[in-house]
Structure formats: C-alpha cells, structure tokens
Design a protein. Structure first.
Length: 222
C-alpha cells in the first residue's frame, strides 16, 4: 500500500558536521518511470568509490540472482507470509559497503529488484514494517530526509549494533527497494543532513537506472 507523502524540512546541520553535498543529483519525488532491472543495472545503482569520496571501500558493489531457498540476509519481515511477498519475488539483489576511519563509521547499501512496481510496493511495505521504528535500536526516532523516491523512512537510535549511534533508511524507487544503514563505534552520529543526502543520492541513482541512464549521482565532502 502506497503511503501518503509527508513534506519534511531540515532547518540546519550540527556545528562541526562535515558537509555532504549532492553531486550530479536531481530532485526527489515520485519516479517518472518504472521498469524491471537486470543484474548489471542493479550493480550500477550501488554507489562506487567515485561516488563516495572520503569513504574507504569495504565491499565493492556487486549483485546476484537469489536462490529461492536462501534470500538475502537483509531481506527480513515479521512473518512467513510477508517474507514470501518481500523476499520470494526478488529478481536480483546487490550490496556495497564503506567505512570512514576518522569517526569509525560504517555505511552499508543494499538493493532489491523486482519484476514490476506493484511487487516492489508490496515488498517495501513488508520490509519497512520490520526495519521501522525501534529495529535500529531502543528508543529510535525518525530522521527527516525529505522526499526521495516514492516511499521512504529513516530512523536513528543512540545505540546500535556497533555500540554507538546507528541509522536505517529504506526507500522505494520504481521496481527497486533500497536500504542504507550506518553505525559507529564512536559517539558521534552521522548527521541528519548526511542521512538525507545519502538517501537522495541513492534514490537518484536508482531513478537514473529506471530511466535507462548510467547512474552518476554521488556525494562530495566526505
């Protein structure tokens, strides 16, 4: 079920936070087209080293065709029926990971591709129900990320799996469902502006692939 969009605004960035500026990105919002993507297109959506200056590559972008009995480990839902909806209909999936040494921050991307927009919409709902709210950590709160993609949600907790602040962002763009997670061993969270910019960049790359273009969106100032 498609959710009604909410318009969010970010009114500032914490002093001292590194600026993260979109490079080569257009505006967010509802996607103009939706088509099924192939393996190479799924790989192209994942940000590469060129798109992620300031971050060290930990896992290069890669995509696979899923084995039905063993869906991607990050495709999680609350029950078996929803798992079949979200994880049993994947055509291709991809992952990439980065790390930023100064603040010991990890950054992970994942993409799930589906045969059509209706299937992706249902999958997004099932996955968002699992990952939303406190899944990132106890006492999680929403992060305002604007309106990237057709559907979106982001949450932050003060203590995640790495011991420090963590975020999980989920997006749907056309026939793809996207995820971004951040975590740190330190005390400083990835800023709201960074979370927002990463989401916009990732959604833009997915939209570029949907439009038949080579994804070129990236970030600077990492």
């Amino acid at each position: 079920m498609r959710r009604a969009s909410e318009r969010w605004y970010v009114r500032g960035v914490a002093a001292g936070a590194a600026a993260l500026v979109l490079a080569g990105c257009g505006g967010g919002g509802e996607e103009a087209a939706a088509k099924a993507l192939g393996k190479a297109e799924v790989v192209s959506i994942l940000p590469d080293a060129k798109a992620m200056p300031g971050w060290r590559t930990q896992l290069e972008p890669d995509a696979q065709e899923p084995v039905p009995e063993y869906p991607p480990a990050f495709c999680l839902t609350k029950d078996k029926k929803k798992r079949a909806t979200a994880c049993g209909e994947i055509t291709f999936y991809g992952v990439a990971a980065y790390v930023r040494k100064p603040d010991v921050t990890s950054l992970n991307y994942w993409v799930l591709a589906y045969k059509d927009e209706k299937t992706a919409d249902a999958a997004y709902d099932a996955i968002a129900e699992y990952y939303g709210g406190d899944r990132v950590g106890v006492g999680a709160v929403p992060v305002k990320i604007g309106e990237p993609g057709a559907e979106r949600e982001a949450n932050r907790a003060a203590t995640g799996t790495m011991g420090g602040p963590a975020t999980i962002t989920q997006l749907r763009v056309g026939t793809t469902v996207l995820g971004i997670s951040t975590g740190t061993q330190g005390e400083k969270a990835v800023s709201d502006q960074e979370v927002k910019d990463l989401a916009a960049m990732f959604a833009e790359r997915a939209q570029q692939a949907q439009d038949g273009d080579k994804p070129s969106a990236g970030v600077t100032g990492g």
